[in-house]
Design a protein around this ligand. Structure first.
Ligand code: HDE
Length: 738
């Protein structure tokens, strides 16, 4: 007998000498497709080890393995002493699987936790080469980009359509290194000194005792802070405007906020403010829509971006700059360019286009790319430099610092999504998550042991220095150490007045309602009253109407504050925009003529609209995309009544009490859909019995933004014309004016 013969049999294993019975061999399923190893992951020369130049090995081969590459026959049962026995500590696979799972989450971003992102390309027009030596601004240069959009206040799982500022952060993988343009969709900020950032964020985040409300500014601590710290007034006013509730990430402007300094090949400088201008125009939701969507589709903006890219409707923005002379005062037309609570009106310095960005690919893996991307305003390239804006100075510290906690150490630049496309030869060594296998013995300078390598740019002649980042030798003002801001920063109200004066009556109405709602949610009387005093300094009517909504007396304004010159560029109304990618709900009934439906669908697709056909109970998915049970008006930018209204069906559940009662001739869900479409000022078209349907829904068939006709294709064309203005703004006016 050998030693092995004394060993007890393992459960399930054949005993020695016992004949083994071959399991019947089932035909092997086809192997899963291999991931495309040539996928465009940014490459790095940081590491020179065996796996340096590619994404970390993952999902290689057809078989399930553990983290060390050993194949596994079972990952569904832990190792036990018998089927009903205790689990054995020696189950190293169980321990690896559970341990890894336990550590899957990383800390969410302290702000901007909720976001969505996409890959794309930036194509330079060449105009920027006149003011900056940045290579990616040269004529014809094409630079890969990754853009992350975000809300600011909410946690990772919060709703997309909350009233908030949106982040608009772009990583340019240029040949000269990474350039990050970390901007927002609002061109000013709450504070002007980074030392106040923890204060404003603590005030705006949920209350520390119960951790509510989520992703909202409508609570006491936020309004307490902004009323006491009135430099926040301008940003707050933008938040209360329609800019706080964008229709889509695709229809948002982006702003770098701070003034940056561009440096050309000869060393000449100018001061600029960055702008992203969406090709689809700047559009917003209505507040009612935003709230409905928050419930029906909290992922609305994320879905909208991904769906558009999947459908080939690639969103585009032009990158532009307002160019101002780099004078010793760093002011322009009396505006302090170092003050991030101020804009430069476009009428004073027009935005000049430098290139076009197209987002054309969705992320492959949300965590690897969207969650791990690390932006930093200090990621600059030659030709782009910072100014002494004190808010920007703090950001230059904060973004690097935060990644060390969030991404677990100082080597986050090696994570594939963060890797530069330029060769890296740094002297940064070791640390958590070090992927590179550095060679050589002398990661210090000067050295002789590694032959003096790597060399400084310029050591080899002027040509090398051309691609080096050299800080512009900006003179530093002679002064003394103080904890102060310049007196020019003291003006907190001239630009809020300018913004208010630039809004159309509809936009002003929305702002009044937003303040009424937000301050109405505050429970501290002193907070409401103090905010009314702030509003009085912007505009008497704004203050009076918000006070009326709160049932409070309106305080007097400051007579020293006169009216402001409007900047028409700030209004979102009054222009026509491309309708590509906008959705049209086509509401059908049992008697809808299929030929009409085909014609109108074809015409919609030809106009680059997205037609979504709604039938009472759904149908063939190739022809019908929604049923009355799954459709909600907020999904559509406009609706068409394709002839026959669907009659009320006793069996159909009324989803909304308002819709059920008076409109009994219509299916209550259809009546609700029409009612919301009307309330949200969206265009309505129709033919055949559409007029009766509208009447049955209690809506005026001859009201603004309603197009009825006999030719379905012509009706669609008229509808598209209305859509170009985004909404039927007249519907928001009081009845006498509409
Ligand atoms: Fe940020 N900000 N911020 N911020 N910010 C962050 O960095 C910070 C500010 C902006 O999609 C954090 O990686 C300070 C202005 C965007 O990953 C953090 C100050 C503007 C994003 C941080 C500001 C922004 C962030 C959190 C005041 C518009 C999301 C996680 C001095 C120009 C980037 C992170 C993404 C993210 C700090 C003010 C835009 C903590 C200290 C002004 C778009 O580092």
């Amino acid at each position: 007998m050998t030693a092995d013969d004394t060993r007890p049999d393992l459960p399930g294993a054949p005993s020695a000498g016992e004949p083994t019975v071959e399991e019947p061999v089932e035909p092997r399923p086809p192997l899963p497709p291999k991931p495309d190893q040539a996928a465009p992951a940014p490459l790095s020369a940081t590491g020179r080890g065996p796996q340096a130049d590619g994404p970390p090995r993952a999902q290689d081969g057809a078989y399930l393995t553990n983290a060390q590459g050993t194949r596994l026959p079972d990952s569904d049962h832990s190792l036990k002493a018998g089927p009903r026995g205790p689990v054995l500590l020696q189950d190293h696979h169980l321990r690896e699987k559970i341990t890894h799972f336990d550590h899957e989450r990383i800390p969410e971003r302290v702000v901007h936790a909720r976001g969505a992102a996409a890959h794309g390309v930036f194509e330079s027009y060449g105009a920027g080469a006149r003011i900056s030596r940045a290579g990616f601004l040269a004529a014809g240069a094409k630079t890969p980009v990754f853009v992350r959009f975000s809300t600011v206040l909410g946690s990772r799982g919060s709703a997309d359509t909350v009233r908030d500022t949106r982040g608009f952060a772009t990583k340019f993988y240029t040949d000269e290194g990474v350039f990050d343009l970390v901007g927002n969709n609002i061109p000013v900020f709450f504070i002007r000194d980074a030392i106040k950032f923890p204060d404003v964020v603590h005030a705006a985040k949920p209350h520390p005792d119960r951790e509510i409300p989520q992703a909202q500014s409508a609570h006491d601590t936020f309004w307490d802070f902004v009323s006491l710290h009135t430099e926040a007034t301008h940003h707050t006013l933008w938040n209360m405007s329609d800019r706080g509730i964008p229709r889509s990430y695709r229809t948002m402007e982006g702003f770098g906020i701070h003034t940056f300094r561009l440096v050309d090949a000869e060393g000449a400088t100018c001061l600029v403010k960055w702008h992203w201008k969406p090709k689809l125009g700047v559009h917003s939701l209505t507040w009612d829509e935003a709230q409905l969507i928050g419930g029906t589709d909290p992922d609305y903006h994320r879905r909208d971006l991904y769906d558009a890219i999947e459908a080939g409707a690639y969103p585009q923005w032009e990158l532009g700059v307002q160019v101002m002379p780099d004078t010793p005062e760093q002011t322009f037309e009396g505006i302090d360019l170092l003050d991030p609570t101020k804009i430069v009106p476009e009428e004073l310095a027009p935005v000049q286009a430098l290139g076009l960005m197209t987002l054309h690919a969705n992320p492959t893996n949300f965590f690897a790319e969207v969650e791990q991307v690390a932006f930093h305003p200090g990621h600059l390239v030659p030709g782009i430099d910072v100014t002494d804006d004190p808010l920007l100075a703090g950001r230059l510290f904060s973004y690097l610092d935060t990644q060390i906690t969030r991404l677990g150490g100082p080597n986050f630049a090696q994570i594939p999504i963060n890797r530069t496309h330029a060769p890296v030869n740094d002297m940064l060594r070791d640390g958590f998550h070090q992927d590179a296998v550095h060679t050589g013995v002398a990661p210090y300078k000067p050295n002789s042991l590694d032959g003096g390598c790597p060399f400084f740019a310029g050591a080899d002649g002027q040509a090398l220095a051309e691609h080096a980042f050299v800080e512009h030798p900006q003179p530093v003002p002679e002064s003394r150490k103080v904890r102060e801001l310049p007196a020019s920063f003291d003006d907190h109200f001239s630009q809020p007045r300018l913004f208010w004066a630039s809004m159309t009556p509809v936009e002003q109405e929305h702002i009044i309602n937003a303040y009424g709602f937000e301050l109405g949610k505050c429970t501290e009387p002193a907070v409401r009253e103090r905010n009314l005093r702030v509003l009085a300094r912007i505009d008497g009517r704004l203050c009076a109407e918000v006070a009326a909504a709160l049932g409070l007396p309106a305080p007097e304004g400051d007579p020293a504050d006169g009216p402001a010159e409007p900047s028409p560029a700030l209004s979102q109304l009054g222009r026509d925009w491309p309708v590509a990618g906008r959705t049209v709900g086509i509401l059908t009934g049992p008697d809808t003529d299929p030929a009409d439906l085909d014609a109108v669908r074809g015409a919609a697709l030809a106009a680059d609209l997205v037609p979504l056909v709604v039938a009472p109970t759904g149908g063939d998915p190739a022809r019908v995309q929604r049923s009355f049970a799954t459709a909600r008006s907020v999904e559509f930018d406009a609706v068409l009544l394709a002839g026959a209204p669907a009659p009320a069906d006793d069996a159909a559940p009324a989803r909304d009490a308002r819709a059920a009662g008076p409109h009994s001739a219509l299916d209550p869900r259809l009546a609700l859909l029409l009612d919301e479409t009307w309330r949200h000022a969206k265009a309505i078209g129709g033919w055949g019995d559409a007029r009766e349907a509208l009447t049955a829904a209690g809506l005026p068939s001859d009201g603004p933004g309603v197009v009825l006709g006999t030719d379905p294709v012509q009706v669609l064309r008229d509808l598209a014309d209305l859509l170009a203005g985004h909404r039927v703004w007249d519907r928001f006016l009081p009845p006498a004016q509409s």
